[in-house]
Design a protein around this ligand. Structure first.
Ligand SMILES: Nc1nc2c(ncn2[C@@H]2O[C@H](COP(=O)(O)OP(=O)(O)O)[C@@H](O)[C@H]2O)c(=O)[nH]1
Ligand SMILES: [Mg+2]
Length: 381
């Protein structure tokens, strides 16, 4: 069975846009006094600089909803905490109303999934009203359904952050975690710069509290933890590999490598959604041609098996056109690993997306693919 890489690439691009279109929307309320660093935090954690586009859309007197086209995320930026007790009470009511309205829709795209309450470590004090506010808020039964994370912003002094964290933990508030962060590097003086930290912890902790339906969304929108993206992508590779092995076990006439293409397309779509990159057809074509489509412009089932057989130590026994279950699994894993590896390099800035369809990108993908082909069998020995 012969399929052109061009056709597969086109189908992959369609699958990717479908996958991204179907991501559920993650909704977060970010609360705290003006100046604590909410906008800086939001822009550092999520792609597309969500807090930079003007003011967002007002949803209540003290709350604005920040969204951006093609980003499955809504941030409710809450202000007014610095304006005294009366306004704080109003804000609390607005938060409760927003949560209730979301719950009433019974639609995951409309419900509030997490609240970040931001306190500025650098200000060196928490007002008792703020603690009281959190305490009251977490007593409301609507809110008990929404996890709250206290984010200690501008924690360039880790010593102060630790002290504040300890103090807050002793208050026994009903919150998920108290997490010190520094969203952007901070110049302490001419000689010393405190490096940004903690944002990956924030993503990890929030991720543990979110429903499974929002896991791909979270990875799609966050830009601070490569480890979390890789973990999620590895799960997609494992799923596809298991499916490929099952498919290769079914005795159908076309049980060659080409029969695995739909499964592999779904895997590529998942990994792309997790990274949140705008991947075009030339990238996918390059990926295919430097891995499973190694012989020219076609993905030829038997050729892939033969090529892989050359690379797999002790795999010379693969007979006929039927692809063995092991080979199906190995090829699928290796393709996933090659794609994951190259996107990881883009994430960490060692390559740019445009590199991927060049000679440099292709030879890197080929190397990643071949390394991955050898690895699973080695591990079994
Ligand atoms: N270097 C550095 N500056 C920060 C950080 N967080 C906030 N700031 C600064 O603190 C000020 C207020 O931050 P902003 O995000 O506008 O606070 P908001 O009113 O809560 O949205 C701005 O001048 C930011 O540049 C940080 O993590 N690192
Ligand atoms: Mg702001």
């Amino acid at each position: 069975m012969e399929i052109s890489t061009d056709k597969v690439a086109r189908e992959a691009i369609e699958a990717i846009s479908e996958r991204i279109k179907n991501l559920k929307t993650l909704n977060i309320i970010v609360a705290g006094k003006t100046g604590v660093g909410k906008s800086t935090l939001i822009n550092a954690v999520f792609r597309e600089k969500l807090a930079e586009t003007g003011m967002g859309k007002p949803v209540t007197e003290h709350m604005r909803k920040l969204t951006k086209k093609d980003v499955p995320l809504a941030i409710y930026d809450t202000r007014g905490f610095e304006l005294g007790k009366d306004v704080q009470a109003q804000v609390k009511q607005e938060v409760l109303d927003t949560i209730n309205e979301g719950l009433a829709t019974k639609d995951i795209n409309q419900t509030i999934h997490c609240i970040w309450y931001c306190i500025n470590t650098a200000s060196n004090r928490v007002e008792p009203e703020e603690i009281e506010w959190i305490r009251e808020l977490t007593k409301e039964k609507q809110v008990t359904k929404v996890p709250i994370i206290i984010v200690l912003t501008q924690s360039f002094s880790k010593k102060n952050a630790d002290a504040l964290r300890k103090m807050l933990l002793e208050e026994n508030l009903n919150v998920l975690q108290v997490i010190p962060v520094l969203a952007e590097d901070y110049d302490i003086d001419d000689e010393y710069t405190a490096k940004a930290f903690g944002l990956d912890v924030l993503i990890k902790v929030m991720g543990e509290s979110l429903p499974d339906e929002l896991m791909d969304t979270l990875q799609n929108v966050q830009i601070v933890s490569l480890a979390e993206k890789r973990k999620r992508a590895r799960a997609a590779i494992a799923t596809a590999t298991t499916l490929a092995i099952t498919e290769a076990t079914i005795p159908i006439p076309v049980a060659d490598a080409a029969a695995l293409v739909p499964t592999q397309i779904a895997m590529i779509a998942s990994i792309t959604a997790i990274f949140g990159f705008e991947v075009n057809k030339s990238v996918i074509t390059a990926l295919l041609s430097s891995t499973i489509g190694s012989s020219g412009a076609t993905i030829l089932g038997r050729t892939v098996v033969a090529e892989v057989a050359k690379l797999l130590p002790g795999a010379g026994t693969i007979a006929g056109t039927a692809i063995s279950a092991t080979t199906a699994g190995v090829i699928t894993t290796a393709l996933g690993e090659a794609y994951l590896g190259i996107l990881s390099l883009v994430f960490s800035g060692e390559m740019v997306l445009d590199d991927l369809s060049t000679k440099k990108g292709k030879s890197k993908m080929k190397e990643l693919f071949q390394n991955a082909l050898k690895k699973p069998l080695k591990d079994e020995n």
